[in-house]
Ligand binder design. Structure first.
Ligand SMILES: Nc1ncnc2c1ncn2[C@@H]1O[C@H](COP(=O)(O)OP(=O)(O)OP(=O)(O)O)[C@@H](O)[C@H]1O
Length: 254
């Protein structure tokens, strides 16, 4: 059973005081897919990705990634295994340029390689490699023309793309995106979803996305997980899920 998903939760439960945020949640994210988690406000989406990312520990249940039980691992340890995430508010260095932001990925990426870099005196070669890699990622996301701009000059949507670019420097297997389209104009929002499909097919990256703007997101994703009151109420193809009676009821009732 562990081979079916790159990422899986099994019977994950989490409460905050008396509030049950997740109740026996078992989901699977297949490799090289765009999987979207939907649900009305308060249905448990954020809690689920925080448990998957390691920010929260579940009260019960397990999280598996690449066949490993990662339930007890820290967010950094998960990152090193290839499980990365972006935040609703991008975590950028606003005084640095676009390129510099991409060249400052998570510290653990460099920490792992620091001995190799020092011993072999290959820093200059590595630096050139990193810059080339950064530019190729910026090109994929149509940010290369802005490489020298200060991050603070970017639009909200471009900032989200820049955060994604930074995360991609570590060659993640799976990226969790928390509302990548929130506050982004429709044209850029469609562009962002287009880039994700391109990255999935081109680099083989898997994406787990939380998004409220279903009109846009549903057109691009491969699989939808619908939540309500801390439970998964339906799963399947976008077309099936929007028509699913439990999903319709959850949104109308909510
Ligand atoms: N830190 C917390 N302390 C107390 N209750 C919390 C906490 N985090 C979440 N909850 C509660 O858990 C439930 C699930 O919340 P969660 O934020 O996971 O839902 P959501 O689907 O992400 O909602 P939204 O779409 O509004 O972001 C809600 O009832 C919420 O009030």
């Amino acid at each position: 059973m562990l081979s079916e998903g790159l990422l899986m939760t099994r019977n994950v439960s989490k409460s905050f005081g008396g509030v049950v945020a997740l109740k026996n949640v078992s989901v699977s994210v297949r490799p090289q897919t765009l999987t979207l988690v939907i649900g009305p406000n308060g249905s448990g989406k954020t809690t689920l990705i925080n448990v998957i990312g390691g920010i929260l520990q579940p009260d019960e249940g397990h999280v598996y990634f690449s066949g490993l039980d990662i339930t007890k691992l820290s967010p950094h340890e998960r990152f090193r295994l290839g499980l990365a995430r972006t935040f609703q508010t991008p975590q950028l260095f606003t005084s640095l340029s676009v390129l510099e932001n991409v060249l400052v990925p998570d510290r653990s990426y460099y920490e792992e390689r620091v001995i190799e870099i020092l011993l072999n005196n290959v820093w200059r070669i590595k630096e050139k490699e990193y810059v080339e890699k950064a530019f190729s990622i910026l090109r994929l996301l149509n940010l290369d023309r802005l490489w020298d701009a200060s991050a603070r000059e970017l639009s909200g949507g471009q900032m989200k793309l820049l955060e994604l670019a930074r995360v991609l420097m570590s060659d993640p297997k799976l990226v969790i995106l928390d509302e990548p389209l929130a506050g982004v104009n429709p044209s850029l929002a469609n562009e962002i979803m287009g880039y994700l499909t391109k990255l999935r097919s081109g680099l083989g990256t898997t994406f787990l996305i939380i998004e409220h703007r279903l009109d846009i997101a549903l057109k691009y994703v491969d699989h939808v997980i619908a939540m309500h009151q801390g439970q998964v109420i339906a799963e399947g193809l976008p077309d099936e899920i929007v028509k699913h009676p439990a999903v319709v009821e959850a949104y109308l009732g909510g």
